[in-house]
Design a protein around this ligand. Structure first.
Ligand SMILES: [Zn+2]
Ligand SMILES: [Zn+2]
Ligand SMILES: [Zn+2]
Ligand SMILES: [Zn+2]
Length: 227
């Protein structure tokens, strides 16, 4: 694989784009995030421990998320989130475990605060056949009130990785499943070449979406956050 420039992502609070490695720093100083935290902390309700999670696809690290998860939320909430934003194709089984790979399973009924502390790393596996493996690392914690009414807040996400058309090198927006399955070629295509592409054994080319599961099993998006 050719070396790629460092993955960039966008802050969900102020829309600023920065590198994957710079995002943690940015989130700690982002004025809009600061304002959201101050506003939340000024409301009624109990404070709790909130966990900054860096989530990334185990074998495609240009796909990553920075999430803030409530300590009282369950791992099932995180599973639901990951399925919605990246993974769900046909309601496969999934599991969490401590560390890398197929460690001992952790129940999805466990709460974040019972499992997480700074430096802890979990693996999430979706689909035990065509597996999608996701690493979850606790970056830091804070005491306060959640900035949304949901168990998880999206703080930052990678920008869509750039793809080039295999025919003309122009930016691609489509993926041919026949190229992938029959020829093991990551057949990304521009609009024009997607229309002319001769393969249709697996249907028309599918739109490229911002998910590490694209092209696996029946996954075809939409790669949108659930809330
Ligand atoms: Zn920001
Ligand atoms: Zn599937
Ligand atoms: Zn093209
Ligand atoms: Zn093709």
């Amino acid at each position: 694989m050719p070396s790629r420039p460092q993955s960039k992502g966008q802050c969900a609070y102020c829309r600023q784009e920065t590198t994957k490695s710079g995002m943690t720093k940015h989130l700690s100083v982002c004025p809009q995030r600061r304002a959201a935290i101050e506003q939340a902390d000024g409301k009624k309700g109990a404070s709790e421990t909130l966990y900054h999670l860096r989530v990334q696809a185990a074998h495609q690290n240009e796909f990553w998320l920075d999430l803030e998860m409530c300590g009282s939320a369950k791992l099932a909430d995180l599973d639901h989130y990951l399925r919605a934003i990246w993974l769900e194709c046909c309601d496969h089984l999934s599991r969490f475990s401590m560390g890398k790979g197929w460690g001992e399973e952790i129940s999805q009924n466990r709460k974040a605060q019972a499992v997480f502390s700074p430096g802890v790393q979990l693996t999430h596996i979706y689909d035990f056949g065509t597996t999608s493996e996701t690493l979850i690392k606790v970056v830091e914690t804070r005491e306060g009130k959640p900035t949304t009414q949901h168990p998880i807040a999206l703080m930052a996400r990678n920008l869509m990785p750039e793809a080039k058309c295999i025919e003309c090198d122009q930016p691609a927006a489509w993926l041919c499943m026949e190229c992938l399955i029959e020829d093991q070629v990551w057949g990304t295509l521009c609009d024009q070449h997607a229309r002319k592409h001769p393969h249709d054994d697996y249907g028309e080319p599918i739109p490229l979406v911002n998910s590490p599961r694209l092209g696996m099993c029946g996954y075809d998006g939409p790669a949108k956050p659930p809330y």
